[in-house]
Design a binder for this molecule. Structure first.
Ligand SMILES: *[C@@H]1O[C@H](CO)[C@@H](O)[C@H](O)[C@H]1NC(C)=O
Ligand SMILES: *[C@@H]1O[C@H](CO)[C@@H](O)[C@H](O)[C@H]1NC(C)=O
Ligand SMILES: *[C@@H]1O[C@H](CO)[C@@H](O)[C@H](O)[C@H]1NC(C)=O
Ligand SMILES: *[C@@H]1O[C@H](CO)[C@@H](O)[C@H](O)[C@H]1NC(C)=O
Ligand SMILES: *[C@@H]1O[C@H](CO)[C@@H](O)[C@H](O)[C@H]1NC(C)=O
Ligand SMILES: *[C@@H]1O[C@H](CO)[C@@H](O)[C@H](O)[C@H]1NC(C)=O
Length: 248
């Protein structure tokens, strides 16, 4: 066969075969979690959160969380007080709260963003919670501690405690165990001007659910496109190499 015949075969190869190979999937697509994350199931696995589970249910915050986990790309962070934590409250603490304030109390245990443990210490205090903005309140949480030894203290202004355990730490949901109920200053601080018996506002918490989006680098899709580009580079490089060899 003449060398020009071989050249035609090579050219054919590059024009038709390479694009075909390129069009094939490079890697299996990332497997998404098939079923939506179920906060109740996560808490049930911990065996000491029956009161918190019950309150999530009665306030319907649990339902709101499941909707938001499914629709938001920010994820969520939940601080789960143990049953002991609720038992250690002053008697009547929960019952003295109106329904609306029970909702606020539970929303205060949720941050509308996924934080791995060490990232909590990087967030700027006070960190906004799902209750932030309710009745114009800050409802913020302060985190201090040392990332190296996984020590994270939480302060509400009324309560000081620390994260004692990690129930789940995987996007989109992290669940951390606390052994005190996080009592917000807005409801339990000495400076509160509104008595707990005041009539509850009629606004539903769900109207406040869409928190402002926090800008974040979109590094989810970056990885695969980088791989694709470098792969293309290798193929083009081979083509260039082969062509220059053939031209001799
Ligand atoms: C996986 O999730 C991404 C976004 O998070 C979505 O674009 C993609 O369609 C999902 N894939 C499957 C198979 O559900
Ligand atoms: C979540 O898990 C709980 C307990 O395992 C179960 O009762 C409930 O039906 C689940 N919810 C969804 C939406 O799957
Ligand atoms: C949640 O509340 C509903 C009524 O609103 C009740 O039927 C259901 O059994 C409760 N679920 C749990 C796990 O407490
Ligand atoms: C999650 O959202 C998708 C659409 O974004 C919807 O089809 C699906 O039913 C939702 N799942 C749950 C459990 O809400
Ligand atoms: C965290 O709290 C513990 C007591 O619970 C205290 O000894 C420690 O110094 C605190 N650490 C920080 C960084 O606040
Ligand atoms: C929380 O942190 C902010 C900023 O550092 C500070 O101004 C505020 O007093 C702190 N609140 C509590 C309750 O520690």
């Amino acid at each position: 066969m003449s060398s020009s015949g071989i050249s035609y075969i090579i050219i054919f190869f590059f024009i038709f075969i390479i694009p075909y190979i390129q069009s094939q999937p490079i890697a299996p697509p990332p497997t998404n979690e098939t079923s939506p994350v179920n906060l109740t199931a996560v808490l049930e696995s911990g065996h000491q959160f029956t009161t918190f589970i019950r309150l999530l249910n009665t306030t319907q915050v649990g339902f709101q969380v499941s909707v938001q986990l499914n629709s938001s790309d920010q994820g969520m962070t939940v601080f789960a007080p143990t049953d002991n934590a609720f038992n250690n409250l002053k008697p009547g603490t929960l019952n003295s709260l109106t329904y609306q304030r029970q909702i606020q109390l539970i929303l205060y245990h949720i941050i509308p963003k996924y934080y791995p443990l060490s990232d909590l210490l990087l967030a700027s205090n006070p960190v906004r919670t799902q209750a932030t903005g309710q009745e114009g309140g800050v409802f913020g949480l302060n985190f201090t501690g040392q990332g190296q030894i996984n020590e994270v203290n939480i302060s509400t202004g009324v309560v000081e405690t620390r994260i004692t355990n990690i129930l789940r730490q995987k996007f989109p949901l992290s669940v951390y165990v606390v052994d005190k109920v996080l009592l917000p200053e807005e409801l339990f601080g000495t400076k509160t001007t509104t008595p707990t018996g005041a009539p509850a506002p009629k606004t539903l918490p769900s109207s406040d659910a869409d928190s402002p989006a926090i800008d974040e680098d979109d590094h989810k899709s970056a990885g695969s496109s980088v791989k694709r580009t470098s792969r293309l580079g290798i193929v083009l490089g081979c083509a260039w190499f082969c062509c220059s060899v053939m031209s001799f």
